[in-house]
Design a protein around this ligand. Structure first.
Ligand code: PHB
Length: 366
């Protein structure tokens, strides 16, 4: 069934066995100091039938993290911890990319290594949403404005994390420029009021992303670097008077660089959940048409809508987040036309195997 999903394709010189993507999913099972664990290897091994596996958000520094048990790629221990996880994810022929993440102002002083304020392009707190602390939801804090030196340090942290990703066996990296995290905070004018070369004009607001692409490119070819954006989302207070112009300019700016892919979060998704408030969606087909390279779309797809999206040429690959959590062997099930299991609420974030590695594969179902 859905033959379009099972056409192999080239991505950065690698042949993907199918068009189904395990998209980045925060599951919060890393060990101490952000070191991946054997349980994570089991989780990724179970989902290794995807054509492309993108890791859960993986932070480039302790300052870049907002929640506990998120993995990193800034220490040698983390690189060692990732190796068996990446090997497990590759066991059925998928390409495996690390999603590199810095949360910027979505962090909280209670989890900053020095207890200091989180950093951001400008000292503007997130309003309208709350930080999920272990003690419950609390208001976000006003972040500290990054200096030029501070920005350069973070650019370098991305480069080091890219180099570490290669050392851990990843095939490439995805830059997390979606969902109101640090890149998105630079892009949108509601969170970026800078008056230097990183703020003001759209070109200036794109500078941080382009500098990180340049820096990461010194450790891998451009065709192993993907970029993920969520053009329609205002989740975590990222607004701009003209999001369409902003994200069209972004795609036009990165398109000539020969990147691995552009990964678009579909309208109607706010972070990890569905949202009804994208009144004026910027469609993936509109942005994808501006990008000269493979396009991934993720958010609310079923195998049927995914096959139609690929069949019409609107995208090359489709991510299935929630379906891949509850169906570790999703591509096999779709190919056989087997029934798909639903998501259980427990264990989505943190904990042990429950809700993580205990969703059965087809052979052992019933
Ligand atoms: C989440 O933990 O809910 C989460 C993490 C990263 C995202 C979106 C949501 O990009």
């Amino acid at each position: 069934m859905f033959d379009q999903l099972f056409q192999p394709m080239d991505l950065g010189g690698q042949t993907l066995p199918n068009r189904m993507v395990l998209p980045p999913l925060t599951r919060s099972r890393a060990g101490d100091n952000g070191v991946p664990t054997p349980l994570m290897a089991e989780y990724y091994r179970q989902r290794s039938g995807a054509g492309l596996v993108i890791s859960e958000g993986t932070v480039v520094s302790p300052q870049g993290a907002s929640y506990a048990r998120v993995p990193g790629l800034y220490s040698e221990h983390q690189v060692q911890g990732w190796r068996p996880v990446v090997a497990a994810a590759k066991s059925q022929g998928a390409a495996v990319y690390a999603q590199l993440w810095h949360v910027g102002r979505q962090a909280h002083s209670s989890v900053q290594p020095d207890g200091g304020k989180p950093c951001a392009p400008s000292a503007i707190a997130i309003t309208g949403w709350q930080y999920r602390s272990p003690q419950g939801r609390v208001p976000f804090e006003e972040p500290r404005e990054l200096s030029i030196h501070g920005i350069r340090e973070i650019v370098e942290q991305f480069a080091v994390a890219g180099r570490n990703a290669m050392a851990a066996g990843f095939d490439g990296v995805e830059l997390h420029a979606a969902n109101g995290y640090l890149f998105d905070q630079f892009l949108n004018s509601s969170s970026n009021r800078r008056t230097d070369q990183y703020g003001g004009s759209v070109e200036n607001r794109l500078r941080f992303l382009n500098e990180v692409i340049d820096a990461v490119s010194s450790h891998m070819p451009a065709n192993r670097i993907g970029v993920r954006i969520s053009p329609s989302s205002t989740w975590m207070d990222v607004f701009d008077p003209d999001k369409r112009a902003l994200y069209c300019a972004l795609v036009r700016s990165i398109s000539p660089r020969g990147l691995a892919y552009l990964h678009l979060v579909e309208p109607g998704i706010a972070g990890a959940v569905d949202s009804a408030d994208h009144a004026e969606p910027i469609t993936s087909s509109e942005l994808g048409a501006l990008f000269d390279g493979p396009v991934i779309v993720t958010g609310g797809h079923t195998p049927r809508t995914a096959a139609a999206t690929i069949g019409s040429g609107e995208a090359d690959l489709v991510g299935f987040g929630r379906l891949f959590i509850s169906n570790p062997d999703l591509p096999l099930r779709v190919r056989l036309g087997a029934e798909l299991a639903g998501l259980r609420p427990e264990g989505l974030y943190g904990g042990g195997p429950k809700g993580y590695t205990d969703y059965p594969a087809l052979q052992t179902a019933n």
